[in-house]
Write a protein that binds this ligand. Sequence first.
Ligand SMILES: [Zn+2]
Length: 241
Amino acid sequence: MDAIEGLKETLAYGCRVLAFAGQSDIIWGHVSCRLPGTDTFFMKAAYLGLEEASPENIITVDLEGNKIKGEAKIHSEVPIHSEILKMYPRVNCVVHTHPSNAVAFSSLGKELLPVGHEACLFESGLPIYSDTTDLIREKSRGYDLAKCLGDKNAVLMRNHGIVTVGTTVGEAVMTAIILEKACLLHLLAWQFGGPKFWTDPEEAKIKRVKIYGEPGSGKLDKAFDYYVRQVKIMEAKKEIK
Ligand SMILES: [Zn+2]
């Protein structure tokens, strides 16, 4: 398998890992990754669940959001991906999902506090996109969302979902999984009056690097590899049945 086919397979695994981790929302939610050295990217196709993504149904899209290769349909929210990938050369992968805990948390208007380790990954700030709760179908909205992301690794889209980014598929996917858990822990604490204690900002900075590593360090990819192994085991069991 050459590097490009390998990337397609990794992207498909990225989608299936998100589904495995509970971020499937019927046929909604999508992941993309840049084709290195080009103005194009691979993207999950529309009308399929995240768990149905495979190298065969991945489509190729340009940075203007036009499908240039593939039989399957393109998601209408493609500007989320095209505008972020266009604006930030540091980003190679974009995830957009509607995970329940993050969406519920986004409605509270509260700051995400490091109740556990997870929110430390967002210690430098978690931007909130609140221009609209509607779909991001227009380039102008995609551009505003990309601006909102800035130099951060995630955006909470109020009453809608999340966007996470990474230098690799593994980083962006793991950032989505970790953000959802951070929101879950926060919601749990709020069921009992809200957190009384949390990690202080200095310690959160240290923990972010110690546990999750800097972008490009490969630490989050190791966690992603764990999830890929679990997905392979689950899929192998299904095949036997
Ligand atoms: Zn959406």
